[in-house]
Design a binder for this molecule. Structure first.
Ligand SMILES: Nc1ncnc2c1ncn2[C@@H]1O[C@H](COP(=O)(O)OP(=O)(O)OP(=O)(O)O)[C@@H](O)[C@H]1O
Ligand SMILES: [Mg+2]
Length: 258
């Protein structure tokens, strides 16, 4: 297996992280040889609809089940449970031909059982290690990514709307990365999404702040219509202009890493 690549998509609420991740899934599954894992790291979920997956089992729901057993069980039960965590965690993995999907779900910290968390962490790590490319749809903050098992990110894509306020959030996230509050990250850049006008001034501002610009994705009526109808964005035509822009963003992000 070639070296694994981890791409994470973050940004503030509602800027289009999930739509971007779904379109990037479409691009990656057609272009990248090797095994692709798409992860929904947003506790509120939602990526499954955008990529046409119905799986309801999440790492969070598996964790609840394991915790319940651990609390009620005897020492022997606990030992058996430890042996089966790997198998149980694998049940959350929705494996299909083009790509596999894993939803993290809600990770309630109440009733924290460190040994269970460690077991789960190891099991998730094992799943992730068997993929060539891991694509993560993050939540608005970076908490989930921070708390979870992602040891390193190769490319962190910060999606924003085309406003200066949006860029301030990007600056804030970049600061968190610089301060080491999230996993080590080789390359970070911003994508302006739902662009309806020229973004030159925003690009200039980003560059002044030493934020790499990966690209911009235009507002696209078809994207909005697909989402409104609950239709997976993977079914967008290959020549859809937002999909083509996402493809360019991937190319630009790859060049920056290599
Ligand atoms: N390029 C685009 N063109 C048109 N509409 C878009 C585009 N990108 C996203 N949208 C629309 O914007 C809305 C929000 O997108 P999305 O749900 O992907 O945002 P999000 O950042 O994942 O939100 P949340 O923070 O709630 O997870 C959706 O209705 C989606 O269809
Ligand atoms: Mg989302």
């Amino acid at each position: 297996m070639s070296e694994q690549r981890v791409i994470a998509v973050c940004g503030k609420g509602g800027v289009g992280k999930t739509a971007f991740t779904a379109m990037l899934t479409k691009v990656l599954m057609d272009e990248v040889p090797g095994k692709l894992l798409v992860v929904d790291a947003d506790p509120a979920l939602g990526l499954n609809y955008a990529i046409g997956r119905e799986s309801e089992v999440t790492i969070g729901s598996i964790r609840e089940m394991v915790l319940e057993k651990a609390e009620k069980g005897t020492k022997k039960d606990l030992e058996e449970l430890a042996d089966s965590v790997e198998y149980l965690t694998a049940q959350a993995l929705d494996e299909k031909e083009k790509f596999s999907f894993l939803a993290m779900g809600r990770m309630n910290t109440i009733g924290c059982f460190c040994s269970v968390n460690d077991l789960l962490k190891g099991a998730i790590e094992n799943i992730m290690h068997s993929f060539d490319v891991v694509l993560i749809d993050g939540e608005a903050g970076l908490e989930q990514i921070n708390r979870q098992v992602i040891e390193k990110i190769d490319t962190l894509i910060l999606v924003t709307d085309t406003s200066f306020r949006g860029l301030q959030t990007v600056r804030h996230i970049k600061k968190m990365v610089d301060e080491g509050l999230v996993p080590a990250c080789k390359n970070l850049g911003v994508v302006f999404n739902r662009a309806q006008s020229d973004v030159t001034s925003l690009k200039e501002f980003a560059e002044k702040e030493h934020i790499n610009v990966i690209g911009s994705v235009p507002y696209d009526k078809q994207v909005e219509e697909f989402d409104l109808a609950g239709r997976p964005l993977l079914e967008l035509p290959d020549n859809n202009k937002a999909v083509l822009a996402v493809k360019d963003c991937l190319k630009c992000a790859e060049e920056a890493v290599s």
